[in-house]
Design a protein around this ligand. Structure first.
Ligand SMILES: [Ca+2]
Length: 115
């Protein structure tokens, strides 16, 4: 193998790697984060007066009665196996998106705990 073909090969490998990275994105991670936040908000409201069996019942009834809640939790769970790979090659822009999600969550949590 000559040096030239090695260089071409390396370039091709890099192109393939970049393409894979561009495809990966943070969709599953965003959905997982959103799901965790929505669950945390619900539990924060429920568990303020201590945890009980009624909280588990309330969670199940929330999931079965609230379509939006169910959808968010369902999307979070679906494709959760892709999250580690997405996090592994997170880039700066994606990091900002996730950080903003987390920052937006704080006032919602504070509000939930105040009620
Ligand atoms: Ca998902």
């Amino acid at each position: 193998m000559t040096e030239k073909t090695k260089a071409v090969e390396a370039q091709e490998e890099q192109a393939v790697a970049e393409e894979a990275k561009a495809e990966l994105g943070i969709k599953e991670t965003e959905e997982a984060v959103e799901g965790v936040f929505v669950l945390a908000l619900f539990l924060a409201k429920r568990l303020k007066d201590g945890a009980g069996v009624d909280d588990a019942v309330a969670l199940f009834s929330k999931i079965s009665s609230d379509e939006e809640f169910k959808a968010v939790v369902g999307q979070a769970y679906e494709g959760i196996d892709k999250v580690p790979a997405e996090i592994k090659d997170i880039d700066f822009t994606e990091g900002v998106v996730l950080a903003k999600k987390a920052i937006d969550f704080v006032p919602r949590m504070v509000e939930a705990l105040k009620k």
